[in-house]
Design a protein. Structure first.
Length: 92
C-alpha cells in the first residue's frame, strides 16, 4: 500500500505539541498496517467512512485525521477537530 502526505496535512500538524505529532505519526503507520493487511484496528483507533473515498481516523486525542483511500493509495489530507474536518469536506 502506498501513501502520500499532503502539504495541508503537514501544515495542520506543524502547530501541534511534539507529543501529539509523535502520536499521530504512530497512528498513521498503524492504520496503514490495518489497511494493507486487513487486520482489526488497534484499540483506541476507529476508522469511519465519511463519504465516497474519504475517511476519518478518530483517536483518543481530540484531533482527527482525514484521509482519502483509493485503490492502493492513501492520501493523508488534514489533522483537526470535528469542525475542521467538516469544513474541509465542504470544499472537496
Amino acid at each position: 500500500m502506498r501513501y502520500e502526505i499532503k502539504k495541508s496535512f503537514d501544515r495542520s500538524v506543524k502547530g501541534l505539541p511534539e507529543d501529539n505529532r509523535i502520536e499521530i505519526k504512530k497512528i498513521i503507520f498503524e492504520v496503514l498496517d490495518v489497511l494493507s493487511t486487513g487486520k482489526q484496528s488497534p484499540k483506541g483507533i476507529r476508522l469511519t467512512r465519511l463519504r465516497n473515498d474519504y475517511w476519518e481516523i478518530g483517536t483518543s486525542l481530540k484531533e482527527r485525521i482525514l484521509f482519502k483511500l483509493t485503490n492502493d493509495l492513501v492520501q493523508f489530507l488534514l489533522v483537526g477537530n470535528h469542525d475542521d474536518i467538516k469544513r474541509a469536506l465542504k470544499h472537496l
